[in-house]
Design a protein. Structure first.
Length: 159
C-alpha cells in the first residue's frame, strides 16, 4: 500500500525536481494531505460535533476550538507518523519505537504551539477560527519539517 502511495506521489515529482529534493516533495505532499485531513476533522469537530459550544468533560471545560484541535490532532498524529515513517523518511536508521517517541515529542511541541497561537488569534485578536487555524498550521509546518528531518527521522549524512 505504501509503495503505491509513494509511486503516486513520485509520479507528480518531475516538474518540481529543480525546486525540491524528492524527500522534500514527499514531505510536502504527505504533509499537505495530512493537513487537509486535519482541517476537515477540525471543521467537523468545531461546527458539528462540538457545535461551537464548550466541551465539558466534568473535570475540565474546553473551548470549542480547543476541543476540535484535540480531535484533529489525534487523527493527524496517527496518519502523520505513518506517512513520515513509510513514505517520506524511509532511510532513517532509527528503530520504529524511537521514531514514534521522537515523533510524539515533536508532535507535542507543535500541539502546544498550535494551541497557544490559536488561543492568541481567536480569543485575544478575535480572528476567525478557521483562518486562525490555517495561519497557525502554515507556521507549524515549517518548524515541523526541520524537527522531523533532523531529529525524529534522523539519517546519517553522506560525506
Amino acid at each position: 500500500m505504501t509503495n503505491n502511495f509513494t509511486r503516486l506521489i513520485d509520479f507528480f515529482y518531475p516538474p518540481f525536481r529543480r525546486i525540491f529534493s524528492k524527500q522534500t516533495f514527499r514531505y510536502a505532499a504527505c504533509g499537505g494531505f495530512n493537513t487537509v485531513l486535519g482541517l476537515i476533522v477540525f471543521y467537523i469537530g468545531f461546527y458539528f460535533v462540538f457545535k461551537e459550544q464548550y466541551a465539558d468533560l466534568g473535570f475540565f471545560v474546553f473551548e470549542p476550538h480547543s476541543a476540535a484541535l484535540i480531535a484533529s490532532s489525534i487523527v493527524s498524529f496517527s496518519v502523520g507518523f505513518l506517512l513520515n515513517k513509510y513514505v517520506v523518511f524511509t532511510a532513517s536508521y532509527l528503530r520504529g519505537r524511537v521514531q514514534l517517541f521522537r515523533y510524539l515529542l515533536t508532535f507535542l511541541v507543535n500541539l502546544v504551539l498550535n494551541y497557544l497561537l490559536l488561543k492568541l488569534l481567536v480569543e485575544y485578536l478575535h480572528w476567525n477560527v478557521m483562518l486562525s487555524q490555517v495561519i497557525t498550521i502554515a507556521f507549524i509546518t515549517l518548524l515541523s519539517y526541520v524537527l522531523q528531518k533532523h531529529f525524529t527521522f534522523h539519517t546519517v549524512e553522506k560525506v
